[in-house]
Design a protein around this ligand. Structure first.
Ligand code: 13P
Length: 250
C-alpha cells in the first residue's frame, strides 16, 4: 500500500519568524500523524522551517527549483542550494508558475530531472483549466503533462516523485473536484505512468489531489482508492486546519 502524503503549499506567505511560529504550532498537532507531512515554504523560510521542525516528523519543501546547477540565472535557486538550506521536497510546475511565470511542460521536465538528480523529492503538479475540462481534454492533458514531466527519468526515480493532480479551476476557488472526479483523473494519470514504467512502478507512485482541500472534504477524497494525499494551499496557513487535514484518518 502507498503511504499517504499531505503537503502544505504556503505559496507567497509568511516571513521566517512567521514560518517558525506556524511550524511550532503545527508540531504537537501532527505528532500522531500516520501520513508523511511536508510544508513547502518560501525559499527564504526554508532554514527557519528546517530548524523549527526538529524533533518532529514534518519535512520541509521548497516551491520551485532551477534546472541548472549554477550560473547566470538571476533570481533563481539551484537544487543543491535549496537542499543545503534544508529542503527535502520541492514543488515543480504549480499551475500558478505555469500561468504567471511562463513555466512550460519542457521547463517542468528540466526542473524535475534536476531536482531528482540532486536528491530532492519532486512534487510535480499537473491539472486542467475549466475550459480544458469542459472541452473534454482533461485526460489527454494530464497524461501529456505527466509523461513530459517525467521524460529522462527511469522507473527507479519514481520513488522520489509525487504527482499532484490540481485542477486549476479548484485552486483557491472553494470549488473542489468531486471525490469521483479526482479519483478518476488520478486513475488516468496512474494508467499513463503504468503504460510507460510498468504496473508495479505506477502502483507505488503517490498521486495527491490539490484544490480547495479542507478539513470538511478531506475524508471523502482520501477514501478514494487512487488518491494518496493532498497538496493544500489556503488551509495549510492555519495550524488547526492543516492538522485536521493531516489527521483525516483519526
Ligand atoms: P487551495 O488549497 O488554496 O485551493 O490551493 C491548492 C494549491 O494550489 C496547492 O498547491
Amino acid at each position: 500500500m502507498r503511504k499517504a502524503i499531505i503537503a502544505g503549499n504556503w505559496k507567497m506567505n509568511k516571513t521566517p519568524d512567521e514560518a517558525k511560529a506556524l511550524v511550532e504550532a503545527l508540531k504537537p498537532l501532527v505528532a500522531g500523524a500516520s501520513c508523511d507531512v511536508v510544508v513547502c515554504v518560501p525559499a527564504v523560510d526554508i532554514a527557519a522551517a528546517k530548524a523549527a521542525v526538529k524533533g518532529s516528523k514534518i519535512k520541509v519543501g521548497a516551491q520551485n527549483v532551477h534546472f541548472a546547477a549554477s550560473g547566470a540565472y538571476t533570481g533563481e535557486l539551484s537544487a543543491d542550494m535549496i537542499k543545503a538550506a534544508g529542503a527535502e521536497y520541492v514543488i515543480i510546475g504549480h499551475s500558478e508558475r505555469r500561468q504567471y511565470f511562463g513555466e512550460t511542460d519542457t521547463t517542468v521536465n528540466q526542473r524535475t530531472v534536476a531536482a531528482v538528480k540532486a536528491g530532492l523529492k519532486a512534487i510535480v503538479c499537473v491539472g486542467e483549466s475549466r475550459a480544458e475540462r469542459e472541452a473534454g481534454y482533461t485526460d489527454a492533458l494530464v497524461e501529456y503533462q505527466t509523461l513530459i514531466a517525467l521524460t529522462g527519468l527511469d522507473k527507479n526515480d519514481l520513488k522520489n516523485i509525487v504527482i499532484a493532480y490540481e485542477p486549476v479551476w479548484a485552486i483557491g476557488t472553494g470549488l473542489v473536484a468531486t471525490d469521483e472526479q479526482a479519483n478518476e483523473t488520478i486513475g488516468v494519470i496512474r494508467a499513463a505512468v503504468a503504460r510507460k514504467y510498468g504496473k508495479a512502478a505506477a502502483g507505488k507512485l503517490r498521486i495527491q489531489y490539490g484544490g480547495s482541500m479542507k478539513p470538511n472534504n478531506v475524508k471523502g477524497l482520501m477514501a478514494q482508492p487512487e488518491i494518496d494525499g493532498g497538496l493544500i494551499g489556503g488551509a495549510s496557513l492555519k495550524a488547526e486546519d492543516f492538522a485536521a487535514i493531516v489527521n483525516y484518518d483519526k
